[in-house]
Design a protein around this ligand. Sequence first.
Ligand code: AMP
Ligand code: GLY
Length: 439
Amino acid sequence: MPELKEEMKVLVVGGGGREHAILEALSRSPYRPELFVTPGNPGMRDLAQVLPGDVMDFEGILETCKAEQIDFVVVSPDNPLCGGLVDYLEEEGFPCFGPIKKAARLEGSKAFAKAFMKEHGIPTASYEVFDSVAEAKAYIENMSEEDFPRVLKADGLALGKGVSICPDQSTALEDLKLIMEDHKFGTSGDKVVIEEFMTGPEVSLLCLSDGKDYKVLLSSMDHKAVGEGNVGPNTGGMGVVAPNPYLTKDLENQVVRTILEPTIRGMAKAGTPFKGCLFLGLMLTAEGPKVIEYNARFGDPEAEAILPMLKSDLLALLVACRKGNLADFEAEFYDGVSLTLMLCSEGYPGSYEKGKVIHFAPEFTEKLDRGQIHLYHSGTAWNEEQKAFVTNGGRVLAINARGKDLDEARALTYGSALEVCFDGVFYRQDIGLMAYPDK
Ligand code: AMP
Ligand code: GLY
């Protein structure tokens, strides 16, 4: 059992902006934990010891835990969670935050998640699952024009790209071929889910659970498409606003009653209690809130908007999820609006160049030092020759600021974005505006 103690050694597994935000929130803990991250990135060096590694090298991570005498491990990304890193480390005596493999199936298999929701009466799009191309094809060919749009999903993890909204039969057949015959997502596409197309505002609702109790964190809205007005291909997320004003208190209560509680209860009843961060991807349809998908982890960039708003001690909450005493803790947030903007490399989510030097204006650094804004490194590297951070990914940096309202949060975030530059930088100009349509 992990015990909260002064200067406990905490290892975060992961390497992007989300993990940077987790480390920053942990660093505010009154327990003053000694922080480690693997593989991390050089932007995290002020907060943690950055240890080389690979999130899927379970033995290597175990070695790190032993060598550094780690007290508590926070497993952050989907791949190691769905691959069973928590089970593996726990068996070796290292307590972890994060669901075991069987609980992470809520994210790792859409077919599992859909069957689970059906069994527990949890509202979601109606669907069919196929593991035979011929049957999936026949099903699509039998549909008439008014059955479209339809949504086609690869069963397994696909870097957030396994979902296609098919406007008509021929697109559905083409996408089916890409997933099941051309194996675009490898074995993740051995099964497909074909489901009803839902409409309504989207909400990300992250919740912590110890397997029986839960804490609902601040709601948020991701902006997945690359272009303003949600046009263009989907990305890992271009920005987030929190809270999400579409999720009124009444609707949140409805989500808790009809979705969150039955999910936590159902997983516990199945003998696979969900301990970790349960991320509900929701659509507020005319018939009420429905689940688009579950994730078994913090969202990225949701974490970069929600965690800076957390007043409570994140370390205490994460340890409580593992210990089973979450009910003894509160998750309190600051008032106001939090806005996170992703600065990206030209070409993303397609191909892009790396190694562009990142310049930060002195005004930017001053705001950071004063705590007026937050900066989370997502895809960056350190160039020793140039003594500078350089770009190393499609999503490069997340800038976050809080304001009393959306206008103030946007002014501070977008003003700060002008003070960071690298060759080919681009970002969406409209983060937050869709959540507050009167703006
Ligand atoms: P996912 O990777 O499951 O979050 O899906 C990516 C995006 O596809 C979601 O954020 C939605 O915008 C959209 N989407 C997924 N499933 C549906 C659905 N059944 N109806 C409408 N849109 C959907
Ligand atoms: N921002 C969506 C996700 O983390 O899956």
